[in-house]
Structures are given as C-alpha cells and as structure tokens.
Design a protein around this ligand. Sequence first.
Ligand code: HEM
Length: 488
Amino acid sequence: MATAPPATATTTDERSSAPDAPADAAVGAHLGAASAAVRAGLPPGPRAPSFAQTLAWALAPTWVMRRCARRIGETFTITFWPSGMKLVLVSAPEDVKTVFTAPAEIAPSAAGNSPVRGVMGESSVIVLTGPEHMRQRKLLLPPFHGERMREYEQTIVQATRADMASWPRGEPMRLQERTRAITLEVILRAVFGVEAERMDPLRRAISGLLEPVHPLRLALLALSRPSLERPTGAFGEALDELDAVIYDELARRREQPDLAERTDILSLLMQARDEQGEAMTDVELRDELVTLLLAGHETTATSVAWAIERLVRHPDKLARLLDEIDAAAGTNGNGDGEAGAEGGRYMTAVINETLRVRPVVPITVRILQDELQVGDYTLPAGTRVTPAIYLTNRNPRIYEAPAEFRPERFLESGPETFSWIPFGGGIRRCIGAAFAQLEMKLILRTVLGELHPSLPRARRWRRGEWNRRRAITLVPAAGARVVWTTRE
Ligand code: HEM
C-alpha cells in the first residue's frame, strides 16, 4: 500500500453498543448530527479489534457493512490488520456525489495500489490516474457507444442459445457457471471478432485466472499485505498464457490488410489515435484487452445469475416479466428482432432492481491526496474514502424496504445518479455499463422466452442465496441454483 493513513487519522469508537436499533432510527440519528460542526479526523468505526474487522470483512463484507450502517450510521471507518490501513465508507448520496465529483487529482482511484495492477497491467484504464487515465478512457469509449453496440446483439442472442442447448431440464443446475460461459463468449467475440472462434487457449487462460478461491485462503490473503507485483504460481502461469495469445494476435493483426474495415473492439483500438495522433502501444493494447476481458464478463454473468436468483423467489415478478416478454415476442414474431434490444419497461426495472439490491462490485475506493470535506467530516490527505455501492443502493432514506426485491420501484422513474451506483460514478464510471445492461436484457429475454425457472426442492437456500466473495465480486453462494422446464 503506497499511501499509509497519516498518524493524525484516528477513529472514535462505535457510537452505541446497544442492541441493533432499527435502520431508519440509526440513519435518522446520524442525519440529526449533520447540523453539528464539521469534524476533523475519521468517522467512528466498530469496536472489534482490527484483526476481527479484517477477518469479517474478508469473509462476509456485506454483513459487516449492514451491521456498521445499522449501528454507526451512513459513514464509518473499518480498520485493517496488521497494516492499520483504514477505509472510510460513505453511503449518503450527497457524500457519494462529493467523492465521485471531486477533482481527479484530489481523489484518484486506489486501483493502482491494489493487486488489480499486477494482473491488468500498469497501462490499464482501471489502474491509471490523472491525464493518462483520461487518455486511455477516451481511446476506449467509442466502441461502447450506442450505435456500435447494436452490432453485438446477434452475438449475445446466439451465444445464449448455443449454451442453453446443453442445459438440463427438470433437474437443478448452477446458473452462474453457464452465464459466465455465455458472457465470456460474448466479450471474446466483441473484442476479437470472428478470430474468437479459434481462441481456445485464450478461453482456457481466462478460466484459469478466475478459479474460485477457498474462503480460508481469502482470509489469509486479507491478512497479508497485497502484492502489487505480477502474480506468480498457477495464476501467474495462466496470465503468461493469456499474454502470449494476445501478443500473437496483435502481431497477426498488424499484418492483415483489412484492419480498417473491421469493427471488433481490438481493431478499433488498434486504429484509435489520441489527441497527439499517437496510436496505442502493444503493451497498452494488452493491458486494455485483459482489462476488458476480465472486467467485462464475470460482472455481467453474475448480475444475470442474481436476476434469476431473485426472480425464482418472487413468482409474481417472474410472471409479470414473462408476460412482457411474450407480448413483445407476439408483436415481433420471433422474439429476437428489432422490438426487443432495449427490453420492455418491466425488464428494465428488473435489471435496475437486481443491480441495486445485489450489486456485484460492493465498493470502489479513492485515495485522498489533499483533505476533503465529505459530509460531517474533513477527511485528511491519505484517507481511503469508499463509496459503499452495496450500502448506498440500500440506503433506507432513499428506498422503502431497501432489502426487498421490488422492480416496481423503478417503473415510474429510473434510478438516480448518486443513490443507484452499481457502475460507480464520475469520471471512472464503468465504461461497459450500457453494454452490460444490454447483455443482461438479451440473455434474460432469450432464456426466459424458452425456459421457465423454478427453485430446486432442497430446503437450503429457499429464502435466497447469500453473497459469497469471489475475487472482487459478490456472487450467489450456491451459484444461483435453478431448475428449468421448457415453456409451452
Ligand atoms: C453488470 C456488469 C458490470 C458492473 C456491475 C460493473 C461495475 C463497475 C464498477 C463498480 C466500476 C468502477 C467504477 C469506479 O471506480 O467508480 C467499473 C469500472 C470499469 N468497468 Fe465495469 N462493470 C460491469 C460490466 C463491465 C463491462 C461489460 C465492461 C467492458 C466490456 C466493463 C469495463 C469496465 C472498465 C474498463 C472500467 C474502468 C473505468 C475507469 O476506471 O475509467 N465493465 N465497472
């Protein structure tokens, strides 16, 4: 960790050790304090020793966040062992706005100080800060703009149909693994075009990178100092393999005469020029490709899995969505033509609500380079301030019954910029947000147009699958288990 919290950064103890008060009351108390003078230093944190905070955070981050929000309020500090590193979590939309709209030089992203750097590389848009970040971001944005994305629609529907053909009917399966295969196929094709067909080594290498990590290892990782270096061992080998395939492909492409006519993301990036007329180097291209491949598929796959996980436990919402899908298929004949890419209103509401109540990326971190007033606190330079996506999306001041899955809440009006933040915000908002939402809609529509999901008989997980940590995402603990039957 490059920037240690300064010695002056202290936290006070948890405000109350009384039994959990209702969430609204806790938040109300916190808001009541808003009129008090702005305080220097860090907000309060849990009383538990930092060792316990670290373990709990590694194993059950959403539990820790909910508990702290209930007991302390919308803003609190978690302390990590053994470094003493502190994270200040904020979840009031006003505070989230302050952090996301703070000048880039005051609140740059912390991703460059995390293990992400060793994997995605120093030139990755996620890792860079300042003008270099903006340069890469501008080069990357065009392929993700509206019109371009229509080109990916058929790819998404085809990849979904091809995978569904092998799904069992009438017996439980883990949906998460299948949606992951679909979104990996989609991102490979979007990024590499038809060449993706002969890219089995790439598929293998990426799957190797995403092997699940045992909870015990996760706990040990959390207690050790995160390495910023390129990983070694099996993970490092998978990364080497991935790099070799990518560099091979770059060399091959440079020799092809039709680069200018191609529309896949790699070809567009190879032709892109920055404001000085410079093209991206091979290392930059490698880093952005790995970034897109990794950031762009597991997140979307997990969100689709969560959508089905929620829908099977809310049969009335599922029925309403199926009605809408069937009505659209009736008007356009086969359900995969023009009528549907944007999805109906209820589909959009289901997706917004899934991303709200089960955000797959739970936090995003900025490291302050100068002091910044965030709500009631003047946070000193060096503070890691963290819009807590998970908590902001469930802020009881904004959402009635925030833990419940109610797509209807988004039917009348769409989500607000700073109280619905599954894709982060400001100048680092997710580049693939529109792509991801389009992909979610098309996968859900294609699957639910043909198959009816229901809950497996087993008692376990009946009420819902809890959040399990997988690398930096939160996935359904049982892989979104579901039973499919063919629809009449
Ligand atoms: C449901 C799916 C997805 C979710 C929930 C998600 C979430 C996020 C979040 C929370 C951030 C960090 C924003 C911040 O630091 O404020 C982010 C950044 C990013 N995402 Fe996504 N993402 C998804 C899909 C995608 C896809 C499909 C792609 C590309 C194909 C993508 C590419 C990126 C990139 C390149 C960044 C870095 C942006 C920057 O630092 O400027 N993501 N995403």
